[in-house]
Design a protein around this ligand. Structure first.
Ligand code: F6R
Length: 665
C-alpha cells in the first residue's frame, strides 16, 4: 500500500480547499454538539496557518448564520509575559481574527493569560485543565505545527504526559517569531501552553500545515516513530487525528516524493524523470551510467520493464533534461512580459539572471512590484535619508523650513517609537520610496529603464503591520488593470510560498484572481523561486544557465537593495544575506545538473512553467535520433548544436550550452 510509511491519517488538499474543509468540519462539530443540547468545545490555534479557516468561519457566520452562541473555546497557548492588548498577544490575535466577528459570548472564550504573576501560573494552568475536563473535554482540536515539530508550544523534550504549563521557547521557534517581533531579542523566552496530554485528550484532532517550509518536519511527524523531540509525532497514538496538508507541505512524504519505494506507481513522464534523477543521486552515478542492476535494486523494476533495459530509459530522461536547458537564444524574444515581484527585490533575487537575458532579447518588459515592502525597512535607514535630505536642502537652498519641519517630525517619531509600533504615514511613505529607488537601481543594473518599473502598492499590504489583510477586490482590480494595459504573453510570478509572512502566497493569489477575470489570451505563467528555496531540478520545466559574469551581475543588482543588505529585517531562519543564498542556490543547481551527467555550467536558475494551468510539453530529442546513448557527452548530443558550432561565444552561458562549449567530453 502506497501510504505504508504513514503512521497517522493524512489528507492532501489544494491550499484553498483546506480552509473550507476544516471550517465545514468545525461547523458540523458545532451543530451536532448543539443538537445534542450541549456546548461545542473547540481547541483553537493561532499563527499564520489557521487564518484562512477563521475567515471562512466568519463568512459562514455572516452568510449562513453559523451560530457560535453555544461554543466554548480554549486556545492552545500564549506568550509569557504578554499583555493581552499587545500586537503580539494571542488574545488580540484571536479577537481580531475571529471572535470580534462572530457571536461567541465573551465568557466562553478561554486563552492562557500572559499577564498573571509567575507564582500564579501553576494554579492557573491546573484550573485551565480542570475547566476543560468539567465541560466534558475538547470536541475538536485545531493544531498548527512549528518548525521544531511543536504542537501548541510543546517544544522538543515535551513528554507525552505533559499538561498545561509554562515552557521555555526553543531557539528555532523564537527565531521564527523574530520577524513579527521586530527582532529576536524582543521575542519572549517563555510561553504558557496546553500539554501534549491535554491535546491528546481531545475527541478529534486536526493538524494543518501549508507551505514548503513545513515539508520536512511533516515527514518526520507522519513517518517517524513517536519521539519527544517532535511533539507532533505523538498524534500517531491518537484514535482520531488527521493531518491536513497542502501539496507543498506534503512534498517530503515518501508516497509523494518517491512513491516507487512504497508501492505500485502509474508511470507518467514527469514521474519517470523524477525517479531517474533520484536514482542517479542515490547511487552517485550520472544518468547515462545507470544500469539494469541499479534500477532493480532500487524499487524501479517496473520502470525498467517499460523500456526493456536501462539504456533507452537513461537516454530518454537525459534528453528530456537537456531540452529543459534554455540559454538566451532559446528564451522568449520580442514578447510582452510582466514580471510580478511581491516585494521590491524578489525580481532580482529570484530571476535576475533570466531578467537580464530577456531584456537583451528585446522583450517588452514591465516589472510590477506588488507591495511597497515598506515594513521591511529599518528605522536607522530612514534616519540616514532624513539626514541626507537636510544636507541636500541646505546645500541647494531648498529650506524654507519645510524640509526641516518634516524631517524633524519624522525624527521625533522615530526617537520615541516602541518596537513594532505602526509608523506614521510620512515614515511609511519614505520607507516605500527608499525601496522604490532601490528597485529602479536594481533593474538599471541590467540596462533596463526606470519606466519599466511599476509600483502597484497593493492595499492588502498597507496595514503598516507585519500582519496583512486578505486579498480584496481592490488588489485584484489593480492587478487586472495592469494586465489589461500591458496584455502580456508571458507573466512571471513568485512560486515560493514560504516567505515569513505569506506575502508571496497572497501576491500569487491576487495575480491568479486577476488572470481569471482577464479578457485577453491566457499568458504563459513562469513560476520562480529563489529567496527562500529553489525549484528542484526534477520539478523544473526550464533551467536557465548563467555564466560567472551573469551571476555577478545578478548579485550586483541584489546589492542595490541596500535596505535589505547586511542584515535583512525579515531574513527567515537563514542568517545569510539574500545574495549569498542566491549564489549558493544557483551554483548548487548547476552542480546537481553536472552530477546527473549533463553539461557543467557555472550557475543555473530554475522555473516551472504552465500554459493554461498545464505543464509545458517536454520536447525531447528521440533516442533513435541520437543513436544508442553514450556514456560520454558530445556537443552534437545537444539540441541546437549544428555543424560549425563554435564553443564559448559571448558571456551568455546559454549560448555556451547549445554549442556544447562547457561540456566535459
Ligand atoms: C499557535 C501554536 C503553534 C503554531 C505553530 C505554527 O497557537 O500553538 O503551535 O500553530 O507554531 O505556526 P504557523 O501557523 O504560524 O506556522
Amino acid at each position: 500500500m502506497a501510504q505504508s510509511r504513514e503512521r497517522v491519517p493524512v489528507q492532501i488538499l489544494e491550499h484553498d480547499q483546506i480552509a473550507s474543509t476544516l471550517a465545514q468540519r468545525i461547523a458540523s462539530v458545532i451543530r451536532s454538539a448543539n443538537a445534542a443540547g450541549r456546548p461545542a468545545v473547540l481547541g483553537l490555534a493561532t499563527g499564520s496557518t489557521p487564518i484562512g479557516i477563521y475567515r471562512e468561519l466568519i463568512r459562514m457566520h455572516r452568510d449562513e448564520g453559523l451560530d457560535f452562541s453555544n461554543v466554548v473555546s480554549f486556545n492552545l497557548d500564549e506568550y509569557y509575559p504578554m499583555a493581552p492588548d499587545s500586537i503580539h498577544s494571542y488574545h488580540r490575535y484571536m479577537w481580531e481574527n475571529l471572535f470580534e466577528h462572530i457571536n461567541i459570548p465573551r465568557e466562553n472564550v478561554n486563552i492562557p493569560p500572559g499577564d498573571i504573576p509567575r507564582e500564579q501560573v501553576e494554579a492557573h494552568c491546573a484550573g485551565y485543565e480542570e475547566k476543560i475536563r468539567g465541560l466534558g473535554g475538547i470536541d475538536f482540536q485545531l493544531l498548527g505545527i512549528g518548525k521544531t515539530g511543536h504542537i501548541g508550544f510543546n517544544e522538543p523534550g515535551s513528554g507525552v504526559e505533559s499538561r498545561t504549563r509554562l515552557i521555555a521557547l526553543d531557539t528555532v521557534t523564537r527565531r521564527d517569531a523574530a520577524a513579527d517581533f521586530f527582532g529576536e531579542d524582543n521575542v519572549p523566552t517563555e510561553a504558557i501552553t496546553m500539554g501534549v496530554a491535554s491535546i491528546l485528550d481531545a475527541k478529534e484532532v486536526a493538524l494543518i500545515a501549508t507551505g514548503e517550509h513545513k515539508a520536512s518536519v511533516i515527514r518526520r511527524a507522519v513517518e517517524d516513530e513517536p519521539d519527544p523531540d517532535v511533539a507532533a509525532t505523538y498524534l500517531q497514538t491518537h484514535p482520531n487525528a488527521t493531518f491536513y496538508l497542502d501539496p507543498a507541505a506534503a512534498a517530503e512524504l515518501t508516497r509523494v516524493k518517491t512513491p516507487w519505494v512504497v508501492g505500485e506507481v502509474r508511470w507518467t513522464r514527469e514521474l519517470e524523470i523524477r525517479a531517474v534523477i533520484w536514482l542517479s543521486e542515490s547511487v552517485g552515478k550520472s544518468i547515462l551510467r545507470l544500469d539494469n542492476y541499479d534500477y532493480r535494486e532500487h524499487h524501479l523494476s517496473s520502470l525498467l520493464a517499460r523500456y526493456g533495459s536501462a539504456g533507452p530509459l537513461n537516454g530518454e530522461v537525459f534528453n528530456a533534461l537537456i531540452s529543459k536547458i534554455r540559454g538566451k537564444s532559446k528564451l522568449p524574444q520580442g514578447k510582452r512580459i510582466v514580471v510580478f515581484s511581491p516585494h521590491p527585490d524578489d525580481d532580482v533575487i529570484s530571476m535576475g539572471g533570466i531578467l537580464n537575458k530577456l531584456h537583451h532579447n528585446d522583450n517588452d518588459i514591465v516589472v510590477a512590484y506588488q507591495t511597497s515592502g515598506n515594513i521591511a525597512v529599518f528605522d536607522h535607514e530612514v534616519r540616514r535619508y532624513l539626514d541626507f535630505l537636510n544636507r541636500f536642502g541646505h546645500d541647494f537652498d531648498l529650506g524654507d523650513g519645510r524640509i526641516e519641519d518634516l524631517t524633524g517630525r519624522m525624527s521625533k517619531f522615530l526617537d520615541e517609537k516602541h518596537p513594532g509600533q505602526v509608523d506614521i504615514p510620512e515614515v511609511q511613505q519614505i520607507k516605500q520610496r527608499i525601496r522604490e529607488a532601490e528597485a529602479v537601481s536594481g533593474i538599471e543594473t541590467f540596462g533596463m529603464r526606470k519606466d519599466q518599473a511599476c509600483f502597484l502598492k497593493l492595499p492588502f499590504y498597507q496595514t503598516g503591520k507585519v500582519r496583512k489583510d486578505a486579498i480584496g477586490p481592490e488588489d485584484v482590480r489593480i492587478t487586472l488593470e495592469l494586465l489589461e494595459d500591458h496584455k502580456p504573453e508571458i507573466v512571471f510570478v513568485a512560486g515560493d510560498l514560504s516567505d515569513p509572512h505569506g506575502t508571496h502566497r497572497m501576491c500569487l493569489d491576487a495575480v491568479m484572481r486577476a488572470l481569471a477575470e482577464y479578457s485577453g489570451d491566457a499568458p504563459e505563467v513562469w513560476y520562480y523561486r529563489g529567496a527562500w528555496q529553489e525549484w528542484p531540478v526534477s520539478e523544473a520545466d526550464v533551467l536557465v544557465p548563467l555564466s560567472e559574469d551573469e551571476l555577478s551581475k545578478k548579485i550586483l543588482a541584489i546589492y542595490k537593495h541596500q535596505s535589505q543588505k547586511d542584515k535583512a529585517p525579515f531574513p527567515g531562519q537563514d542568517d545569510r544575506e539574500f545574495w549569498q543564498r542566491v549564489e549558493e542556490r544557483n551554483m548548487g543547481t548547476a552542480r546537481i545538473v553536472d552530477r546527473l551527467g549533463l553539461p557543467e555550467y557555472f550557475a543555473m536558475e530554475a522555473y516551472v512553467v504552465r500554459r493554461n494551468g498545464k505543464p509545458l510539453e517536454v520536447e525531447t530529442v528521440s533516442t533513435s535520433a541520437l543513436g544508442a546513448p553514450s556514456h560520454r557527452r558530445r556537443a552534437s548530443d545537444f539540441p541546437g548544436a549544428g555543424a560549425g558550432a563554435q564553443p564559448g561565444l559571448q558571456g551568455d552561458a546559454g549560448e555556451v550550452t547549445e554549442l556544447g562549449g562547457q561540456t566535459t567530453t
